[in-house]
Write a protein that binds this ligand. Sequence first.
Ligand code: NDP
Ligand code: HSE
Length: 424
Amino acid sequence: MKKHKIAIMGFGTVGGGTYDILTQNRDHIRSTQGVDIEVKYVLDRSAESLEKRGADKSLFCSDVDALAADKEVELVVETMGGVEPAKTFITKMLRAGKSVVTANKELLAKSWSELEPIAKENGCGLFFEASCVGGVPIVRALGESFQGDKVQSIYGIINGTTNYILSKMSAEGVSYSQALAQAQALGFAEANPTSDVEGYDAAYKLSILGSLAFHTSLPYQSIYREGITRVTAADIVNAKRLGYEIKLLAIGKRCGNDIEARVHPVFVEKNHPLASVSGAFNAVYLHGDFVGDLMFYGAGAGAHPTGSAIVSDIVKALCGKPTYCDFDNNGKLDKSVNLVGDFLSGYYICVTVDDKAGVLSRISTILSDNGVSIKAATQVPSDGNAATVVFLTHPSREHSVMRSLESIGKLASVRNIDSVIRVL
Ligand code: NDP
Ligand code: HSE
């Protein structure tokens, strides 16, 4: 049986997890898939990272050009992260005819349209199952299934770090900063966790998944994005009291040429399947016009789940022909696409007001003047002569709610608009 030699660039959490699988399950992969995979090089900043993870130090390589020039190496895994030098390194490998398997959603969301043609020109492939939803094979499913369906919507919990933080805050009352520190220690968070908590990571993933699902380029810049940093402990308590969990959702919908693409915190009813996805678990809830509802669920981050997705791409790349996307992947929103900004959603609105007569009625009047219908309103006792009022609205237009909030914020008796969170 032919030995396939590969290299790993970046030997941290995911690179290390990939190595563990390739070494510990080498015989299993050989006997079930008919490919014998040997790691010839590991490129990292220093050989220490190999030592730390129990890998043979002689695999260490620091010269990317030597790696690209080695004809024995058929495929390279990129698990360094970030845009540069990852993009330059991947380009060198593709130009040398080596297929690349990457977990780097940021790079892919920003440069997919540049990298894929280079792979095509050089007869090799660019594989990225691990870039979205960790060990869950959602890229494969979207790319290779549903040929007979129009995927109409995807609702995803696709960032493990934020789901871990929100779950810990909700279930155990852990503070935001403690929960973030735990997610970092467990290896889920990005090198710069701002990408996780401000929703960039989820937007990169939605850009990739949405493009595959809707067969059109969905640039990450066109996705509305809001992170979890403004979600307060009080919002989590209010959500629970009202029968919801707060989740950072990535939402993509297509109806004809109308596409909705957004990432933001959402109140999810407790009986919805997405409400019970907790910790670093991820899920994608998908609706196709003929297949109906499907939910893909599993570990969304971590060394071994992500390594598992990488190994499956390595085997796919070594065994078969590369696949290229089935739409014009020029990185731009197609002219025919109408990006919907004035979407329909329920809203949770929390305001601190003067605790006196007439305040609630003035707020309700503004909402109703803008066509926003109140589903429920509760007053939560607050300090002194202030009151906190929580509203839930019926599905309303985004722009109508934002217009209402602008007017509500100007009322003399309104001290603060504490929170606004959309409701699924
Ligand atoms: P880590 O920081 O744990 O590992 C990255 C490794 O690459 C480190 O050893 C780092 O060295 C090395 N590295 C970075 N830049 C260079 C360079 N210029 N030259 C040589 N070595 C370099 O990151 P992760 O493993 O967590 O993430 C890697 C990629 O996988 C990212 O794109 C991430 O988004 C993605 N991903 C991560 C998941 C996770 O659960 N962690 C899940 C899915 C995808 P040093 O530490 O010295 O910088
Ligand atoms: N930082 C990412 C997350 C890693 O928390 O989901 C997995 O892509």
